[in-house]
Design a protein around this ligand. Sequence first.
Ligand code: PLP
Length: 400
Amino acid sequence: SESFANWTRKVGPSETADMEERVDYLKRKGENIYSFALGMPNFFTPEYIKNGAKAAIDSNKSFYTATSGIMELKREITHSLYEKNNVDYKTSEIVVTNGGKQAVFDALYSMCNQGEEVMIPSPYWVSYISQTKLMGFKPIVITTSEKNGFKVSVEDLKKAVTDKSKVLILNSPNNPTGAIYGYDELADIAKFCIENDLYVISDEVYSEYIYNNKKFISISSFEKMKDRTVVVNAFSKTYGMTGWRIGYSASSKQLASFMTILQSHSTSNVSSISQYAAVTAFDDSVDKSFKLSHLRSDFKKRRALADNILSEIKGFKYILPEGAFYFWIDISEYINKNLSGTVMKNATDFANIVLQNTNVALMPGDSFGDSSHIRLSFSISEEKIRNGLLILKNYLNKEM
Ligand code: PLP
């Protein structure tokens, strides 16, 4: 057989990206698919941001930029982090990246050595594990449960930490559970990280999607945590810009400079047009059709609608997500049961049979570290939520 790199035997394609392609294929074939599988909001990039991009094209912003991003954008990002996270960054501590995904990648690659451990609470966003393995580091999975609201505690961390542990990845609001860490929980985790000399990657890409009326808290805002934390955020989910590939990190100046070196030898700067568009994104006062506060209330309505129908489906157990836009549903009552002639071994079987019989697409939990759950995204229109979930309910309640 061919001798390619060792990682090629350990890491497959992103399962979420795979499902997205499958749904896309069925739609192109003309099937009427109700997709609750996708990890992206359904709205278009707002007009005022598109206008920012058009202006950038027309004024020939077509050249390479500084690897770490244009100064105007880094300045806007520092203002936003001051306002939202209550942390005072300098522009030299910001790196503009190709989505939040590259920020996580650059951070891990700049922090760890071969054999060192990355602590990852489960369920997790699938790329944390794959990136860690790609680079030859060791993922240490820490399983959380519904009884703790799917949040990792200091007790859990104490049991898992070793002298090889280097980084903890925190994702709040969480994909796939919607869990949000509160002040006391973060204070305890921050103290633990300082005592155990751990760095933190704080993935905050869902920080605008919060439904409990609480203010978002970043672990970077606790004493002595700013330089230990790499904050990761993106324009993707917040502004309907998943395809523009633009996100950023905020960290110590030293780590930012290493992440910039890495980026300078791999992708160079993020598309100049995306960067100029992102500069305009911060000022939603210019566009009456789009406001982050409206976004939050829209998604809160969708969450309530989905909850109404899901709560009537037999064998579905979940807690209401506080943030992000997913329900994380325990379907273990279906495991080993027969659904349309097939015995369900895991969530992947369940999602496959449901898709075949109802045209409702769900994301199996296997790739998030739990084969007895499914992730259901409510980032689609109320009409699609209502119609799709009623079909799902009729099918499952008849079968069970
Ligand atoms: N982090 C989490 C938890 C996500 O769910 C995603 C996207 O699905 C990302 C990061 C990456 O976002 P981006 O599209 O900006 O790379």
